[in-house]
Design a protein around this ligand. Structure first.
Ligand SMILES: Cc1ncc(COP(=O)(O)O)c(C=O)c1O
Length: 431
């Protein structure tokens, strides 16, 4: 097989340019706000403690109990680093290689979390594999369940890793196009087009709901259609659900695996990246029917061995949080969506309110000074002259001319950063 040349991701290139030009970076989908303290503390105590026993000790005890030789004034005066050094466990398992398919505690937590959210419990032994984020989860799935030459249905606009990973594994993408209904602000699918793609003999379909970049949350009716299509054409559905908690107004995230009859043909990829504000940790997972798991695990083990042990241990704390903890994501992102929608609207962009995820896929052709430019040129102009980084819309399409009226803006930054972006965007209309 001829090796496939992969190129720099456009999204990550925009981040690089944003840094170079000191632009507010609304290109790549990561936040500038901290992860929940429970998650951070679990990682700190796993790295420092090194064992479950020392983690438990660090968790509950006071400094007076932990460092008995010190008096109160010493505790206050000593650098924190020196005190923490005395707490480091000498025995260690949590900073070492661990079971490649994921810590048993984390696989149990993923199973319980799935049960709480979607009403069914995957088997941690046979169905769950912990990976380096959803990115490696998808790669392991494509490598494990598809063969070179297989067709893969990919809805466009898409996350750029779908076609690039398809290319790496020699798969043939068959694109179907989501269409924006500007009147209703909804993105719709053309069922005949999906039917035709399935009839061409695809092995699998990649679904992403809530959807990046449009914000579409696939409805019960959409998913019913996809389930029926998958059953009729023996299609596997690979469901990327990393924005599962980020939904707005009356939209509700539905997982295709929870639809009767779909479990045996659905493979879920997910991660703590967005739910835990921890995109840099690279902890994710695959939930697959048991028959596919050995091949998925084989690829995962060969390429990366495992996700970082202490961060896996910490992810247990996130997934075991009370589900109400995830509701705050919704309320905080709703406010951010509002701030950036207003800013873009004032600058002349056309924006449909997304139902989920944290992107605005904005029409820019009526924006003064911008509308006449091709998407990449418009994005570069915004970075260098206005100081806001976005992603050109055509980056999310494979077909010629697709997305050339859109720019994607991520609203996952802090409110002050979004307000700063809105002020800068206002320069577009003030001449
Ligand atoms: C739809 C989608 N899937 C996957 C990813 C990557 O996820 P991870 O950080 O878990 O690899 C992203 C990141 O923005 C995304 O938008």
């Amino acid at each position: 097989m001829t090796p496939v040349k992969t190129t720099e991701s456009v999204i990550r290139r925009m981040t690089r340019l944003a840094v170079e030009h000191d632009a507010v970076n609304l290109s790549q989908g990561f936040t500038d706000e901290c992860p929940p303290f429970e998650l951070v503390w679990a990682a700190v105590s796993a790295i420092l403690g090194g064992t479950e026993a020392q983690m438990a000790r660090l968790d509950g005890a006071s400094l007076r109990e932990l460092v008995p030789g010190l008096d109160a004034s010493e505790i206050v005066e000593r650098p924190l680093k020196q005190i923490l050094e005395t707490l480091q466990g000498r025995q260690d398992s949590l900073n070492q290689y661990s079971f490649p398919f994921g810590l048993p505690d984390l696989r149990d937590a993923i199973a319980d979390y799935t049960q709480r959210l979607y009403g069914w419990r995957p088997d941690p032994e046979t169905d769950i594999t912990v990976t380096l984020g959803a990115t490696e989860a998808l790669a392991s799935v494509l490598a494990g369940v598809c063969a070179p030459g297989d067709r893969l249905i990919v809805p466009q606009p898409y996350h750029e890793m779908y076609p690039s990973q398809a290319a790496v594994f020699g798969l043939v993408p068959d694109y179907v196009t989501l269409l924006e209904d500007v009147e209703t602000g909804r993105w719709t699918l053309n069922r005949d087009e999906w039917e035709a793609a399935a009839s061409r003999g695809a092995r699998a379909l990649i679904l992403n709901t809530p959807h990046n970049p449009t914000g579409k949350v696939f409805s019960a009716s959409d998913l019913g259609f996809i389930a029926e299509l998958a059953a009729r054409h023996a299609l596997l559905v690979i469901s990327d659900e990393i924005y599962e908690h980020i939904v707005f107004d009356d939209a509700r995230h539905l997982s295709p695996a929870a639809i009767p009859g779909m479990r045996e043909r659905t493979i879920v990829v997910n991660s703590i990246s967005k739910t835990g504000n921890a995109t840099g940790w690279r902890v994710g997972w695959v939930i697959a029917p048991a028959i596919y798991t050995p091949a998925i695990r084989g690829f995962h083990d060969t390429m990366v061995i495992q996700a970082p042990t202490p961060l896996q241990r910490a992810a247990v704390a996130l997934l075991r949080l009370d589900p109400s903890a995830f509701d705050t994501l919704r309320t905080e992102y709703a406010r951010k969506r509002e701030t950036l929608t207003l800013g873009l609207g004032r600058a002349g962009f056309g924006v449909s309110a997304p139902e989920g995820a944290y992107y605005l896929f904005a029409r820019y052709r009526d924006v003064p000074g911008l509308g006449g430019r091709a998407p990449m040129e418009a994005a570069l102009h915004l970075i260098t002259e206005v100081g806001v980084a976005s992603v050109p819309g055509d980056n999310f399409y494979a077909t010629e001319g697709g997305g050339d009226e859109y720019l994607r803006f991520a609203f996952c930054r802090s409110v002050p950063a979004l307000e700063a972006a809105a002020r800068r965007l206002a320069r577009l209309t003030s001449g």
